[in-house]
Design a protein around this ligand. Sequence first.
Ligand code: NAP
Length: 484
Amino acid sequence: MVAKTIPVDPFDLIIIGATGDLARRKILPGLFRRMCAGQMPETAKVIGASRGELDDAGFRDFVKDALKEFAGDTAKDSKSVAQFLEMLEYVSLDVFGDTGWKELKSKLRPDMIHAVYFSVGPSLFGEIARKLSGHGITDEHSRIVVEKPFGHDLETAKALNAELRACFDEHQIYRIDHYLGKETVQNLMAVRFGNALFEPLWNAQHVDHVQITVAETVSVEGRGGYYDKSGAMRDMVQNHLMQLLCLSAMEPPSKYGADAVRDEKLKVIRALEPVAPSEVVRGQYSAGRDMASYVEHAEDPESKTESFIAMKVKVANWRWASTPFYLRTGKRLRGRMSEIAIVFKDPPHSIFEGDFNRKGNVLVIRLQPDEGITMRVTIKEPGPGGMRLTEVPLDMSFADALGDQVSVMPDAYERLIMDVIRGDQTLFMRGDEVEAAWAWVDPIIEAWQEAGSRPVPYDPGGSGPDDSLMLLHKDGRRWREIKP
Ligand code: NAP
């Protein structure tokens, strides 16, 4: 199968914070790979900006090193690297200062798509928006891209939205959640709405429950101070897991379009029931396996921030009444794994005799590792010996299905940046979605803050606290295994 690459129109992209970690690791290597894939036109221009006193040549050297480190084998092609570096320019400016903006404006070409990537902390978003529009760098056709975290709670998210909307219309604002750029996430929509097979079963009548897991092996070492101010609920649940929940639970949109899809996602968030404290388990990893504990990484022995969270979530609508969604995410777990598992109910009656340990059908949408989709089905155990049943996976690994194409498939950031240039907001969060997500999350956080509750400790390299296993056990269910 050959993936089709549709080139985007010529553009000028400004990256504010172009010397930062995100630009170095993701944005610039991603653009380079899109150029190599023939999707980014030769006439595109990328203008880096930050306070660093660099000239164009200095910035190109910086990007050359970044490509060497983060662009994989593509960066070995020196002709392509040289071609990409030719597209780069640089302006030194302080977001809070008044110099540099005129120069930035002079670098933009008329009749091009103009986009500005805010690759800086959110405390700078408002000021950048004001400077860009105040200096006439952006107009009603420009697009801006903003990174997570989008707010710390409902109040701050509303304030951020207000600051951005004072200068830009909602259709110009692209709020990135890179989970939405993953191939499998879009495939979730393709599987649900492109096949007649699944949708009739996609409801409480046939689905027993849904599990959404985002497990990480990494700790917060090196960014403990930053992480300690947010925790798993704010850092992962409010955005990434919530988006996966929305795409799994939403009604079919009338078409695959930005507002149609986002309207349906918003309805899911608004249908979420408040979560009782007894249905949330928060954990903090202990020391072990030659590594310090969470509180040591956070440099606060009294920290009450969670590095793990598991919760039972109910979507109060006709489709999902009585089908719980279990969410869990954490650091320092046994494996790195992100997946959505749709666990179907058992057949209503078994015609087969014997002690058959029926597990039921499970549709697994794997985001990482090895993006793909698996359906667990029951078949007859091969060979003579009567009718014994067993379970086998029908596996669609993208690596197997697409072969070499996988290595050139755009990663989430690449895809999303190209969507910005195309003007397609479908895979970006709308302001009202973000606010609705915070409105649901805030009371949960407030409840445990009021109670002064501490997260329970859990061993590194495992599946999280035992209490999280109990969350499902008490409902007669069990988590899928987190594999190393
Ligand atoms: P970072 O490494 O601290 O980089 C920040 C960039 O902004 C640098 O280029 C810095 O350069 C520039 N900058 C800071 N203050 C400035 C000012 N007053 N005027 C002009 N430029 C300024 O941060 P990052 O990790 O790249 O993260 C950027 C954003 O992406 C943050 O919102 C972060 O939460 C989000 N994010 C990052 C990642 C990641 O993997 N890194 C992942 C998801 C989201 P100078 O100091 O030279 O000005």
